[in-house]
Design a protein. Structure first.
Length: 396
């Protein structure tokens, strides 16, 4: 196997291409947009996760803990800005203490450096924070993920990779003598193998290749606000709530980025288009496909009340958004928030309506399809890439 086509030019597709190139393969990367990291990678919180939240032994737990180290090392080697600043997970009330202690045990199980601290010590890190206790997670970092992608692109270009922007994948079929053939608007490409890292369109690319994916992508928009410049001093680092264990989302939180700005969010609402960053972004095709999937309705029955209604209310009301933040930092009010950018999470859902809670990778002859890679996939990108190369049977 000498030539591999990678579909998708976000951080995961570029990391896979880099790993395959390092293992001696010639790689073509196909990205339908006219820039790299145009969607999930370019719209996330730029947090390098520690591996705290994930089920011990799961791929998310293993690969995010390892990825926390490898992505920080990559950034430092390539001159990409990164700050290992740590974060606080704050129990706002006594009722949240059992869940906070459970997180502390999970951190220990996953090998994540973390310390339970009291309210007074939490305020030494974050003077404006309110709560009865907190978990200090030491290895969480902030980074510039689009800059990581630029570094990967530079390395791939230097290595002679075939990098194609503005090149959607129109069709995929098995080659007559093995391998794959991929149709683009310009030509038909032939390769020994295909890797699908198409993110929000990963299930569609799998179907183009003749695969029936076991789960379907349902897009969720995460909306952010930012703190006004004169209110940034309220947050020194990263402040998170204790998450609801029934949901894959971490709840609205506060993140000081490398440029000193403070992002607040995200919430999580159903997107009406796979790349729908605003309520008015609607695709009849995308929405019809989402609504025709039985898993969507089963998911809605599980979570529409009260969680779904609460998320929609936060989306429509900045006052409600601010009230969620004020549980962590009481000094934050509606007037402190400015509407910020949004991202869309490619969340895979099983037909029974449950959310796929781990990375999901499916294989066929000469093909690997990454079908669920939301957060912490950016953190884990280099580790997922190594796993994909292993699945193709390409030796290190």
């Amino acid at each position: 196997m000498r030539r591999v086509i990678v579909v998708g030019g976000g951080i995961l597709g570029l990391a896979v291409a880099s790993e395959l190139t390092a293992r001696g393969r010639h790689v073509t990367v196909l990205e339908k947009e006219h820039r790299w990291a145009a969607h999930q990678t370019g719209h996330n919180s730029n947090v390098v996760h520690a591996g705290l939240y994930y089920r011990p032994g799961s791929a998310k737990a293993r690969l995010s803990v390892a990825g926390n180290h490898s992505i920080v090392a990559f950034a430092r080697e390539h001159g990409v800005p990164v700050d290992v600043c740590g974060k606080l997970v704050v129990a706002a009330t006594e009722r949240e203490l059992p869940a906070l202690h459970l997180l502390a045990r999970r951190a220990e199980d996953n090998g994540v450096p973390a310390t339970l601290i009291g309210a007074a010590e939490a305020r030494e890190y974050e003077p404006e924070v309110a709560g009865v206790a907190a978990l200090r997670v030491h290895s969480t970092a902030v980074i510039d993920f689009p800059a990581v992608c630029r570094a990967l692109v530079d390395s791939l270009s230097d290595a002679g990779a075939d990098l194609r922007l503005g090149t959607p994948t129109l069709g995929i079929r098995a080659g007559r003598h093995g391998g794959v053939e991929v149709a683009t608007p310009q030509d038909v490409l032939r390769a020994d193998a295909l890797v699908n890292c198409a993110g929000l369109h990963a299930d569609r690319v799998a179907r183009l290749a003749g695969i029936t994916p076991s789960a379907r992508i349902v897009p969720f928009r995460g909306e952010y606000h930012t703190l006004r410049h004169d209110r940034r001093h309220l947050v020194r680092g990263l402040i998170y709530p204790v998450p609801d264990p029934a949901l894959p989302f971490l709840g609205v939180h506060l993140t000081r980025l490398l440029d000193g700005s403070v992002h607040a969010g995200p919430n999580a609402v159903l997107a009406l288009k796979r790349e729908g960053y605003r309520w008015r972004d609607v695709s009849v095709t995308d929405l019809a496909e989402t609504l025709a999937f039985p898993g969507t309705w089963r998911l809605a029955r599980r979570h529409a009340v009260p969680a779904g209604c609460s998320e929609v209310a936060r989306s429509l009301s900045a006052h409600r958004f601010a009230a969620s933040l004020a549980r962590l930092v009481p000094a934050i009010g509606r007037a402190d928030l400015v509407r910020g950018p949004a991202g869309v999470r490619a969340q895979a859902v099983w037909p029974d309506g449950t959310l796929v809670d781990d990375f999901l990778v499916e294989t066929a002859r000469d093909q690997v399809h990454v079908l669920n890679a939301p957060s912490p996939a950016a953190t884990s990108a280099l580790e997922i890439a190594a796993d994909v190369a292993d699945r193709l049977g390409i030796a290190r």
